[in-house]
Design a protein around this ligand. Structure first.
Ligand code: PLP
Length: 405
């Protein structure tokens, strides 16, 4: 009998942020429960509006989008030019128009960049914890994800010795997520230089996921990896989903810099994949020029007294007040990755733990192992909900954990 079985290519592919626990939460909502969802980095549902000038410009340009039809596979010239100016502003050397690709979100570009590079068994160094799309995309492309540790004791900076110890003749690339999801770490210049040195020594591609580059707290400075990566092939990813609160538009870009002259063959592979999907959504491409060139309203949200900054402070203080919970203070992005002391909370199965939390307290967070963290002692919460909702959610988490001590 014919059966409908999924492809073996998906055997190692998982993206648990939208996994079984989310489905349980949706079922509970259908039953009429109000669930506080601290699980997905989606700003708009929490009342974060996109800059009005972007929306107005997209509306104004809609007729033109229609007459345009498909755009060039790399994207609209005007939007790519805006990305080029942005790279110049950031001090990234030697970027030409042909190095810039627009996509349906960073997610699509990550999948194309990994698929075009990897053969079966090629290894990619990915941070642990990670944003799990990287691990999933490498696996789907036939590659082998190899996780390097980020050090919680050192504000979650990448452990360079661990990276070096995991390099083999099959290693092709290193993924650097900075500012980091899920830890909120912003990497120091010294660490970034060491990453570049490793990539240079072993001839590896650097994948720099910098989608949170403008979401920074306190005095944190973001240094674009590509600015330092001279002589190394570096692909930088960014987009409109977070800084500009336009996740639903699905609009992002990637920029190839550094040693691109020796990468002609790989770049041809990327060009094949971008052509196969014809082009990114054109109205969403048209948002890029205004977003990058217009008023940067994100600064109002992250400065002292700004909503994102205030919410980060509340969440961080309240989490650290729960006995046995400790959390490194995030310097960027939209997340916290607190640790639950394993002596106080011996957890065998962290997915079960957050399922229990969901059922008992009606809050939804994500288990640490979903971010390829090797131990069952962390969870991720999103700091997007308004202060009152965040307070309520963390209070409920505290009540739940009190029953487990
Ligand atoms: N990279 C990181 C580190 C993310 O956290 C996310 C979304 O949460 C993405 C990429 C996906 O971005 P996009 O909405 O542009 O596909």
């Amino acid at each position: 009998m014919k059966s409908y079985v999924k492809s073996k290519k998906l055997a190692d592919v998982c993206y648990d942020i939208r996994g079984p626990v989310l489905r349980q939460a949706q079922m509970m909502e259908e039953e009429g429960h109000r669930i506080l969802k601290l699980n997905i980095g989606n700003p708009a549902p929490w009342g974060f509006e996109a800059p009005e000038e972007i929306i107005q410009d997209v509306i104004r340009q809609l007729p033109d989008s229609q007459s345009q039809g498909y755009s060039d596979s790399k994207g609209l010239f005007s939007a790519r030019k805006a990305v080029m100016h942005e790279t110049q502003r950031l001090g990234i050397p030697n970027v030409e128009m042909e190095d810039i690709y627009l996509g349906n979100g960073v997610s699509e570009l990550i999948q194309m960049a990994t698929s075009a590079l990897l053969n079966n068994g090629d290894e990619v160094l990915i941070p642990a914890p990670d944003y799990p799309l990287w691990t999933a995309s490498v696996s789907l492309a036939g590659g082998t994800p190899v996780h390097y540790l980020c050090d919680e004791e050192d504000e979650w900076q990448p452990d360079i010795a661990d990276i070096r110890s995991k390099i083999t003749p099959n290693t092709r690339a290193i993924v650097v997520i900075n500012p980091n999801n899920p830890t909120g770490a912003v990497y120091s210049e010294a660490i970034l230089k060491e990453l570049v040195a490793v990539a240079r020594e072993f001839n590896l591609v650097l994948f720099a996921d910098e989608i949170y580059d403008k979401i920074l707290y306190d005095e944190a400075q973001h240094i674009p990896l590509a600015r330092l990566a001279t002589g190394v092939l570096c692909i930088t990813f960014n987009g409109l989903s977070k800084t500009y609160r336009l996740a639903g538009f699905r609009s992002g870009w990637m920029v190839i810099t550094g040693d691109k002259y020796r990468a002609e063959d790989y770049i041809e592979g990327i060009n094949i994949l971008t052509s196969m999907r014809l082009c990114a959504n054109v109205p969403a491409q048209q948002a890029i020029q205004t977003a990058l060139g217009g008023y940067q309203s994100i600064h109002e949200l992250i400065r002292p007294g700004g909503r994102l900054r205030e919410q980060r402070d509340i969440a961080w203080e309240m989490l650290n007040e729960i006995p046995g919970v400790s959390c490194v203070k995030p310097k960027g992005a939209l997340y916290m990755f607190p640790r639950l002391d394993p002596e106080m909370y011996p957890i065998e199965d962290d997915e079960q733990l957050i399922l229990d939390l969901l059922r008992e307290e009606k809050i939804l967070v994500v288990q640490g192992t979903a971010f390829n963290w090797p131990n069952t002692d962390h969870l991720r919460i999103v700091t997007l909900p308004r202060a009152d909702d965040l307070r309520m959610a963390i209070e409920r988490l505290g009540n739940f954990l009190a029953r487990r001590r």
